[in-house]
Design a protein around this ligand. Structure first.
Ligand SMILES: [Zn+2]
Ligand SMILES: [Zn+2]
Length: 353
């Protein structure tokens, strides 16, 4: 019997447990992938805690959202195909990225190509066992994307941080040279967004962050102006810098105060795209949504088509601006704890050869 090691948790917020299991034999369209790298993502921390904050002391429990224990985390997976069921067809031989946002494949949402929004989600590392493991079973070969010449550890981050940022940016649509995009929150995703926007030719990018150090980093990757969102008259200062032509706001914090600020910024017909899951609630006069014709859009991960576009884009541009470090798979528990406690600078990717 061949066994493999994985690191699931059996109770929310309890330690990940080293577990030996029998190596599964893939059947039908399934593909067995040997995991070489798996990113430790901030959403893993939320999944491990078991809830999202809804504001006013309310919590959205993940148990009520179809997530059942035990959970093997890890949705940023890079590895190699080592086996497949008889209906999987031809598979790539090189290093591959797994698109983790798996849906049922047959409902109208999946048929539209928005598998990440399927009402019967089967996401790897969330609903199905993920990449904090030596092996992972991928349900269908369509979820397997060749990474070409990308560095494998870097490519892993394209499955979540990269894809989430890319999909949010795609929702903006065309940006004219005299228009401005505002980015709220200059952590990993915010900086990635600023860099991607600049590489896509956006001329005016305003970055907001509480930290002077992060505002400095934002300028380094392509922001044209930065502001502290708590400074007095910040809205007037942003409108002056944007010449009142803010076409979209990307909010990578997603807290009550940031969304309230974000909603006040777009020109008529503009968009507020919320990505961050900090939590809280929004109160805003409804008639102003209509007369300003603004769209308030939630953006959650991205589609398989967007994943493929991003992998291609990343092969042409050096996207990552933050440090990426690797740790052995057997340090999964500590890596997750360190991220939760804010001790990680940049991103950690688990490595397993
Ligand atoms: Zn579906
Ligand atoms: Zn993630």
């Amino acid at each position: 019997m061949t066994t493999y090691t994985s690191y699931p948790f059996f109770q929310f917020n309890s330690d990940l447990q080293k577990t030996e299991s029998q190596l599964p034999t893939p059947t039908g369209t399934e593909v067995l992938v040997r995991v070489h790298y798996c990113g430790v993502c901030h959403s893993d921390v939320h999944l491990h805690e078991g809830y999202y904050e809804l504001g006013q002391g309310k919590k959205l429990k993940l148990e009520d959202r179809g997530i059942s224990l035990p959970v093997t985390l890890g949705h940023e997976i890079v590895g190699k195909v080592v086996g497949a069921g008889d209906q999987a067809g031809e598979l790539p031989s090189g290093t591959v990225l797994i698109y983790p946002w798996v849906g049922c494949g047959s409902c109208s949402v999946c048929q539209r190509g928005e598998e990440n929004l399927c009402t019967k989600p089967a996401a790897l590392g969330v609903h199905r066992p993920g990449g904090y493991s030596q092996y992972v079973v991928v349900p269908h070969p369509r979820h397997i994307v060749s990474i070409g010449n990308l560095k494998p550890a870097h490519a892993s981050l394209l499955a979540c941080s990269g894809l989430t940022t890319w999909s949010a940016i795609k929702k903006i649509g065309d940006v004219h040279d005299d228009e401005t995009v505002v980015v709220i929150g200059c952590g990993g995703l915010g900086l990635l967004a600023i860099r991607t926007l600049a590489l896509r030719g956006v001329k005016n990018i305003i970055a907001l962050d509480l930290s002077a150090e992060k505002r400095e980093l934002a300028l380094g990757v392509g922001a044209t102006h930065t502001f502290d969102p708590t400074s007095t008259d910040v809205v007037a200062q942003i409108q002056a810098a944007a010449n009142s032509k803010c076409v979209a706001v990307l909010d990578f914090v997603g807290s009550g105060p940031t969304v309230e600020l974000g909603v006040s910024l777009p020109r008529r017909g503009g968009k507020v795209i919320i990505v961050g899951l900090h939590g809280g609630e929004l109160r805003y006069p409804i008639p102003l949504v209509i007369t300003r014709a603004i769209s308030i859009i939630g953006s959650y991960t991205g589609s398989l088509t967007e994943q493929k576009e991003l992998v291609e884009f990343a092969q042409q541009h050096d996207l990552f601006t933050f440090p990426i470090s690797t740790r052995p798979l057997d340090q999964a528990n500590q890596a997750l704890r360190d991220l939760a406690e804010g001790k990680v600078h940049g991103r950690v990717v688990l490595e397993n050869h």
